[in-house]
Design a protein around this ligand. Structure first.
Ligand SMILES: Nc1nc2c(c(=O)[nH]1)N[C@H]1C(S)=C(S)[C@@H](COP(=O)(O)O)O[C@H]1N2
Ligand SMILES: [Mo]
Length: 276
């Protein structure tokens, strides 16, 4: 009837693509640009700044050059939004942080005499070996990160961490690559990183890509305070793209290798990679 006719008449005519007015085209493009901008803004600002701060080669940040150099496995992690753990405002962080697990942390331990042992092993033989102090790690750019920490036992908590990027530690001390220089090709990287407590009682193995992820930290602060003993003082690993088991507390030794390092919870039946 009449009403139906009216309704049909009110339906706007949708122009064909090439019939769009200039104004309509601009609007479409702007919407597209906003969609792209929105995706880019999912990369936390600190991570974006870090990528931008990489030394430039041929006008491109080194991280991007690495992609072009074919090192996709590693570079895709830096560039892929999907692989970044969500971050939260600091006020969301738990004030009372849960403590879980103390393997490798029993017995006497004096943080005052602690040092970090770093090693590179080509085929079982260490070709480089040195020790660092906490002040060496603190001298690296400090990053604060509020992430959701997840334990395989089924709990999670928003936590506020501070420390240095593992990737910055690697770059500064020329470890992780065979050449001792920034990687020019994927094959230059050692494939794995192993970490263990000073007494060797807890140990974790990581693929190098995960270790170099921009959210992987050598952490020495929680909620703006020095790390407490039970949370792994003086230095622990924070790797928010992995479950808690990989977040080794009280690091004593870090080593780079091509042989997959043993892993405490993998030996007890968990998946080696336990990624989120
Ligand atoms: N040295 C050491 N690190 C460890 C563990 C452990 O038993 N010993 N447990 C892991 C597990 S299962 C979890 S969930 C987290 C818990 O960290 P938190 O005690 O700081 O909450 O530490 C991880 N790192
Ligand atoms: Mo855990």
């Amino acid at each position: 009837m009449e009403t139906q006719d009216n309704q049909n008449e009110q339906m706007p005519n949708l122009p064909e693509r090439d019939e769009l007015t200039t104004e309509q085209q601009i609007r479409r493009r702007t919407i597209k640009a906003f969609a792209l901008f929105g995706a880019a803004s999912l990369v936390p600002f600190g991570v974006w700044k870090w990528i931008q701060q990489q030394p430039k080669v041929n006008g491109l940040p080194k991280t991007f050059r690495t992609v072009l150099g074919g090192n996709e496995a590693i570079a895709s992690l830096f560039l892929s939004h999907n692989h970044l753990a969500p971050t939260f405002p600091p006020e969301d962080a738990a004030k009372k942080v849960r403590v879980n697990g103390s393997d490798g942390m029993k017995g006497d331990f004096d943080p005052a005499t602690w040092s970090l042992k770093v090693e590179q092993t080509a085929s079982g033989e260490a070709n480089r070996r040195f020790t660092l102090l906490l002040e060496d790690i603190k001298a690296l750019p400090k990053v604060e990160q509020v992430i959701e920490f997840k334990c395989v036992e089924g709990w999670s908590q928003i936590q506020h961490w501070g420390g240095a990027r593992f990737a910055d530690f690697v770059a500064k001390y020329g470890v992780g690559t065979r050449s001792g220089h920034p990687a020019q090709s994927a094959g230059d990287w050692y494939q794995y990183v192993g970490l263990e407590t000073p007494n060797g009682g807890y140990y974790v193995g990581l693929d190098i890509e995960s270790a170099l992820h921009p959210q992987t930290l050598l952490a020495y602060e929680m909620n703006g305070q020095p790390l407490t003993g039970p949370h792994g003082a003086p230095l622990r690993l924070l790797i928010p793209v992995k479950y808690g088991v990989k977040n080794l507390k009280r690091i004593g030794r870090i080593f780079f290798t091509d042989q997959r390092p043993r892993d405490f919870w993998h030996e007890r039946g968990y998946d080696y990679f336990v990624g989120l």
